[in-house]
Design a protein around this ligand. Sequence first.
Ligand code: XMP
Length: 517
Amino acid sequence: MGSAEREMVLILDFGGQYNQLIARRVRECNVYCEVHPHTLSTEKIKEMHPMGIIFTGGPNSVYEENSALCSRELFDWGIPVLGICYGSQLMAHVLGGEVKTAPVSEYGKTEVRIDEEGSLLFQGVSQETICWMSHTDYISRLPDGFRATASTPVCPVAAMEHASKKLYATQFHPEVMHTVEGKQMLHNFVFRICGCSGDWKMASFVASAIEQLKAQIGDKKALCALSGGVDSSVAAVLLSKAIGRQLTCVFVDHGLLRKDEGDQVEEVFGPTGPYDVNFIRVNAKDRFYTKLSGITDPERKRKIIGEEFIRVFEEEAKKIGKVDFLVQGTIYPDVIESGLGKSAVIKSHHNVGGLPDHVDFKDIVEPLRLLFKDEVREAGRQLGIPDYLVDRQPFPGPGLGIRIIGEVTEEKVKIVQEADAIYREEVAKAGIAKDLGQYFAALTNMRSVGVMGDGRTYDYAIALRAVKTSDFMTAECAQLPWEVLQTVTTRIVNEVKGVNRVMYDCTGKPPATIEFE
Ligand code: XMP
């Protein structure tokens, strides 16, 4: 994607753990960057015209057989290079220095001393600064022309450089948060050393992605499984801007969406919406409810929903006939870091349960695969997608099917939809949505005795869930204001038939999960 007209920093992936973070930090400087496997050929790299190259960390030792290496040419080409951890050792090794097992390994926060105040990489950085180390090897002899610019008591080359050749290296990881002044160092590399101007904005991503999709797809046909979630919506709009009616979006409404969600998706992508695409909505709820009838085990429900989804999608795709491209809303965090550059794994989209086998397509288009979630949202805004779609919280592919404990029935879906809509409305009214990672109502399978008016009831209990999380791997229960909980409770028991109790789930993850299934 890199091109001569655009400033780009290339990140070569040697399989380290923090590679996404490096990309993140460079993007935060408003400089476009791409992560590519370290196996990318030197010719390809040159064609990209990067302003600078960053070598990531990696799990190997450079002196081992079969370790990931790089061409020496990259260092002689005059383009700034920053090697991080394994990348720094690789630079030393390829340029004739020496890398050995360090007498003392360093892991974690380490005080590093900046020995060369004049180093461009360390402008504005304190002389003693805490950095994140994670290494068992170290550079034991500098390559010719290099000087050590930082050290720790057990690591004489915590950083090195050859300023006139614009080659820089750090043994520590400037990209992680624990490296207190790491942002400043990467900022220095990108601006002072590579000479970037930092003018990359989402608008330019959108414009160039559209151009690129036009070139890639030409006059061929593409097919997109639209879920109504943020990623597939943004991908579909990008495609529609690039190829218009050569794109067909298939939206499978499995009857397990939130209240009115199916209609909202249709409003945006359907014939009366602003985009010029072929839109097919398949109202398949009866099929799904029939398949789910009598099923109580959550994993079975997931499987059934995933498989049925694929089946419906395939049936529609067959009607369209041959398509050349299948559009996937894969985003950067979905691209599994399998290390050593083999990073391109297609999202085994838990939304659709895998790729359809029987759809005849030649290639996959993933226009968002280099973006982080918040960047996808920003791109969506640039494309004019309404806020309620762009700001949507994560919603599981199997939908409300896994927010109903026990058997899924049409009646239960209706109850949870209504309760969830009230909950979302009140959270929005209270202005607290932005503090929450995810929040929703679920339907417990518990019924209990209540009294309403003068009569006895025997109805369901709704569980409300709200969590704070940044990575969705762990989460803590959010402390919602009591008044909000009270209002929601009163409204749900008054307005939703079949519910006489509301409970708040105070559990974190672990030990619970975020979903309530
Ligand atoms: P759990 O419940 O595992 O959820 O703590 C973590 C995050 O993942 C979302 N989730 C899913 N997303 N398809 C999805 O696209 C799924 O099958 C699925 N299951 C869980 C969940 O909503 C939460 O954000």
